[in-house]
Design a protein. Structure first.
Length: 390
């Protein structure tokens, strides 16, 4: 199946006015997603929020159907969240850690996740083991397996880091987790929407992500997957009248699905929009999306390297749509500002937010360009010309 790039760009109106290479920050939503959000907000205005929710029950349920199809799981294993961080924290905080138990993670772990580890270590006395990456920037599987012992309660991995275009070997980690019967939490914030995700193949017990990045959904939306057989081993840190039933004065019963991690109140228009965004990606074809994104990113890396005074930080063949780089004698903030003045969106990744990875690689603040399937080779050529001239 080939992509109709012209049609996809027509349904992404901002493509007319800018080059959006900040998809790992927040991608541009397609028109059907924006229309779905606005339509529900208008109905809330017209008939009331509760009444609009009843009317939109089918559209709301589509969120679970779309994610179940995308991840290869049951609808009962999917829950909505208002951000990836909240989704991740809800699952992380549901794990009953004991003092001296260990969290096994990698050098590329996301800052907010690692802060949660540090907070737990401070208050509950757990241990954190960080496994370094190999020379290709990938999690060193040999060292990872050697670090597994009886104290390891949780394996936590960021699939695609914010600060690097590598795709960590999540499936191989899943095999180790299953072999040793260890809980496995996968952060798919940057991979969902650009990399095919099948939870059974990945071997994860839990997976979380956001709507705003490669899924092209609204901001303020997220999701979580919780394997049904794993649910009984966790306990939500907080509940409400949506996640549980008040059965008598002193008793309650949790929902018997992943929605026990939801709350009654949510951004329903965003939830509907995210369901539309996932269906939009499914209709295009996840395999086509992955191939297109990786092809464009490889082209961008090659053309940046050909400039001579630009250092691209990724290496290897199987990389994501994230490209990180520095231009010689050009602070990342300055290059970012100059690109933005020409209608090009990118990001700057701060050393302060990557104390494990960028510090280990001795990298300063770095520039990040992240492409999506609606970007073009013409935009890449224009981008590289601007980098060269800046």
């Amino acid at each position: 199946m080939s992509l109709d790039i012209s049609q996809l760009r027509t349904e992404t109106p901002a493509c007319k006015n800018l080059i959006h290479f900040n998809n790992a920050g927040a991608a541009l939503s397609p028109t059907p997603v924006t229309r779905a959000v606005f339509s529900h907000l208008e109905r809330e205005q017209e008939i009331g929020g509760y009444e609009a929710a009843v009317e939109a029950q089918g559209a709301s349920e589509n969120f679970y159907k779309a994610f179940a199809q995308m991840l290869g799981c049951s609808e009962k294993e999917i829950a909505y969240a208002d951000s990836a961080t909240h989704a991740w924290n809800k699952l992380f905080n549901a794990i009953a850690f004991k003092p001296d138990q260990t969290i096994l993670t990698g050098q590329s772990e996301y800052a907010s996740n690692y802060l949660a580890f540090l907070h737990l270590a401070k208050h509950k006395g757990i241990n954190i083991k960080v496994i370094p990456n190999n020379e290709d920037g990938l999690l060193d599987l040999g060292l990872f397996e050697a670090a597994i012992d009886k104290s390891v309660k949780l394996i936590a991995l960021t699939h695609v880091p914010s600060q690097s275009g590598v795709i960590h070997p999540a499936q191989a980690v899943g095999k180790l987790a299953r072999h040793h019967n260890i809980l496995y939490l996968l952060d798919a914030c940057q991979s969902a929407g650009q990399v095919i995700l099948d939870v059974e193949s990945l071997g994860c017990d839990m997976l979380t992500g956001t709507g705003r990045k490669y899924l092209r959904g609204p901001r303020g939306t997220g999701f979580l997957y919780l394997k049904e057989s794993c649910r009984e081993h966790l306990e939500p840190a907080e509940i409400d009248l949506h996640s549980a039933s008040w059965t008598a004065k002193n008793t309650y019963e949790l929902r018997q699905d992943a929605r026990q991690y939801e709350s009654f109140e949510c951004f329903l228009a965003g939830k509907i929009g995210l369901g539309v965004a996932v269906q939009y990606a499914l209709d295009i074809g996840l395999e086509c999306i992955e191939h297109r994104v990786q092809s464009l990113a490889n082209s961008l890396r090659t053309q940046l390297q050909e400039l001579g005074n630009v250092h691209v930080h990724e290496q290897g063949e199987h990389l994501s749509g994230i490209v990180t780089f520095n231009k010689q004698d050009k602070p990342a903030d300055h290059l970012h500002a100059q690109l933005q003045s020409h209608g090009v969106n990118t990001s700057v990744l701060r050393l302060a937010n990557s104390q494990l990875d960028q510090k280990q690689r001795q990298l300063p603040d770095i520039n990040r360009a992240s492409v999506h399937y609606y970007n073009t080779e013409e935009e890449i050529a224009r981008f590289c010309d601007l980098v060269a001239a800046s």
